[in-house]
Design a protein around this ligand. Structure first.
Ligand SMILES: *Cc1c(COP(=O)(O)O)cnc(C)c1O
Length: 674
């Protein structure tokens, strides 16, 4: 960088649009677009904000590849790009979901360490017993790992439905751990949960609807076993963001304060008030603001102490989920971020509950949290490849002659006079002239050839202007659309509906970036379009420090052999989607019949890594089976049609054989492109 005089630097701050110095702007007419300084991996780190969302698990190595340190700061790392290449050699094509159980272990350790630290710091006279909500990711290997990793902390599970209860009952064998039973319950659910106590389990039935109180009382009488009961409270503390509706009087779950009092009375009448031992609340997922969490804890602590004083056998306070994940790394209360860390979260819970109990001289409860997102998000990375790109064509503007229509001459003049000083005005002129040209064409004053010229000039102007703003720190608001207009489309081997349903359904942001070539400047700006033939199957919002970006910085695809003529085979270009380990897999759907991706579990070893489990993705036959097609029937139908065509001399035997073989082979293949 060249030294700037102070007045120049100041000018840059106050009037950024017009202060481009030659050193930072590469104008398109300068044919050799030599970058001012060469691109470094630090530039990539900053651009994709890895330290913000990725630490301590993800970084970039000297080769410009993403590295994964599954044990955080405490262990070795592996090269994600090399891992993908080596998995491809094992016949595992993309898209590929790579799970790192070490990350899961690290998350559990962290959460428990934060609560342990808070308990020590505030001299809290009680313990923390976290549970993992099974609904975040129910995959068997993951739950098995989680139970094992949680043993030192007596970490438990939370079930939100009957099938999830079945999983939790069978897999949670850690002595002293809690099994929280949430969700809608019928008689069978409640009986099963109560009887499981006979297996030595601590099952806590959380009353979410008033009717469940009576059901629990009856089940207890029938079985002659006293249950451990909890109550989910509808707090008046306001939730925030997308899941804000999980709290308040109109929330789907939980008891209002008058209902809580009714429940207490019913239990007292049945002589079971000692069974009521837990107070639970859940104010929604991804709570981005710590003040919301504080308000909720404060309110819940008061309800807790009141329940103690009403004579309930209170022992547990369960603060639910909501612990956020910083998807964009901005540390703000933006919906894709959070303005607190895990330690702040634990501190506030411990401090608030301690204060409320001390004031009334009550024993401190065992603290429970049901963090799902914060535990399961980081442990997997989805790697997918780019199949092709489509760019706005590079226009070389045509010649203009004296007799050309005025509008064309205006466009040409605009094009040729664009500078770093006037580009904003030129952009508006070019847009206006193009629109005029199109309406003149509509009235028959311009020929098709004239219209083509007008469009070429227009795109030429856009390109010139984009080259100017691409290198500037400040882009005037009215030029933001230009980035979108000029964005390339990157066609990716992925179904958004299957692998990132929340991106489609609720505009959730996940960090997405190339996993290699990070020592090269990404010169393209693109959006991602998936394999489905649904126009919603795209990703056009990306994380940014402020708000969101409409385009992602990407690299141009490279031909394997630069001297080969078009269409030359291209080098693979791999992208990774990070922090999507919670909720996405199970909520993904079969739109266009794209099935489950391959999943591998990678465990770090002293020598490197080990591929622990491989779960092959769906084949076409399998997804067709979900919609009641039988593969053999389909093949038989094609065979018969081929036979008929053969008899009518429309197909040769060889062609028919080839068709059948292709058809059969396809059915046993991955639903994604290879
Ligand atoms: C979904 C849910 C959770 C998990 O919330 P996260 O924000 O993912 O931690 C916890 N408890 C209940 C009752 C839930 O419904």
């Amino acid at each position: 960088m060249e030294l700037q005089s102070i007045s120049e630097a100041k000018a840059k701050q106050t009037a950024p649009a017009s202060s481009h110095s030659e050193t930072t702007t590469t104008l398109p007419q300068q044919a050799s677009t030599e970058p001012v300084k060469s691109w470094t991996i630090e530039d990539s780190e900053n651009l994709y904000r890895i330290p913000g969302w990725g630490e301590p698990y993800f970084a970039i190595n000297a080769a410009g590849h993403i590295t994964v340190s599954p044990q955080g700061d405490r262990g070795g790392s592996l090269d994600l790009c090399e891992l993908v290449e080596s998995l491809k050699r094992r016949n595992l094509g993309l898209p590929l979901l790579i799970r790192f159980p070490d990350i899961l272990e690290d998350r559990i350790e962290r959460l428990n360490a934060c609560f342990a630290k808070a308990i020590a710091r505030y001299n809290y006279p009680g313990v923390y017993r976290g549970v993992y909500p099974v609904k975040c990711n129910q995959e068997r290997h993951l739950i098995e790992d989680l139970v094992r990793f949680g043993q030192p902390y007596k970490f438990g599970l939370e079930a939100g439905s009957k099938p999830e209860l079945s999983i939790a009952l069978a897999l949670l064998t850690t002595p002293g751990s809690l099994l929280i039973c949430n969700g809608y319950k019928d008689r069978e659910y409640i009986e099963t949960a109560i009887l499981a106590q006979r297996l030595g389990k601590i099952t806590i039935i959380v009353i979410e609807q008033l009717e469940e109180v009576q059901m629990a009382i009856e089940a207890s009488h029938r079985l002659g076993v006293k249950p451990v009961l909890g109550i989910r409270a509808k707090l008046s503390a306001k939730g925030i963001g997308r899941w804000g509706g999980s709290t308040g009087d109109r929330a789907k779950f939980g008891l209002t304060v008058p209902q809580i009092i009714q429940a207490v009375e019913q239990l007292a009448t049945a002589g079971m008030l000692d069974c009521l031992q837990l107070l639970h609340f859940h104010i929604g997922s991804q709570i981005s603001s710590i003040s919301v969490i504080k308000d909720a804890i404060r309110e819940a602590s008061q309800i807790y102490v009141e329940l103690c004083q009403l004579g309930a056998g209170m022992k547990y306070l369960d603060v639910g989920g909501g612990l956020g994940v910083d998807y964009d790394g901005s540390k703000t209360n933006f919906h894709a971020s959070k303005n607190y860390n895990m330690q702040n979260y634990a501190n506030d819970i411990v401090a608030e509950v301690k204060e409320a109990c001390e004031e009334r001289q009550l024993a401190a409860p065992t603290l429970i949290s049901e963090s799902g997102r914060a535990i399961a998000s980081h442990q997997s990375v989805l790697v997918f490849d780019v199949l092709a790109t489509s760019d706005v064509p590079l226009e070389t503007p045509p010649e203009i002659v004296e007799k050309d229509h005025l509008i064309l001459r205006n466009l040409a003049e605009t094009y040729h006079s664009i500078t770093a000083e006037n580009y904003q005005e030129a952009y508006h002129d070019a847009m206006q002239f193009k629109e005029e040209a199109i309406s003149l064409f509509g009235f028959g004053y311009l020929s098709l050839g004239d219209r083509a010229k007008a469009e070429q000039f227009y795109w030429g102007c856009c390109q010139k202007i984009q080259a100017i703003i691409q290198h500037s720190e400040y882009v005037p608001d009215d030029l933001e659309d230009l980035e979108k207009i000029m964005a390339s489309i990157y066609y990716v081997n992925l179904s958004v509906f299957k692998s990132a349903p929340d991106s489609w359904a609720i505009d959730q942001l996940f960090p997405i970036m190339p996993i290699h070539r990070l020592d090269e400047e990404p010169t393209q700006r693109g959006i991602l379009a998936d394999l489905t033939c649904d126009s919603d199957g795209k990703i056009d919002q990306f994380i940014d420090l402020r708000d969101v970006k409409p385009v992602l910085e990407l690299h141009a695809l490279k031909p394997v052999d630069p001297t080969a003529s078009d269409p030359a085979p291209l080098e693979p270009y791999y992208l990774g989607m990070f922090l999507a380990g919670a909720y996405q897999e199970i909520m993904g759907n079969l739109h266009n019949l794209f099935g489950d991706t391959h999943v591998v579990h990678i465990k770090l070893t002293p020598q490197g890594y080990q591929v622990k489990h491989v779960i092959k993705g769906d084949t076409m036959k399998e997804v067709l089976g979900y919609v009641q097609y039988d593969g053999e029937d389909l093949i038989e139908s094609i065979r018969q049609q081929a036979e008929t065509a053969l008899q009518q001399d429309q197909i040769s035997i060889e062609e028919a054989q080839r068709l059948l073989q292709n058809y059969e082979r396809t059915l046993s293949q991955y639903t994604y492109l290879s």
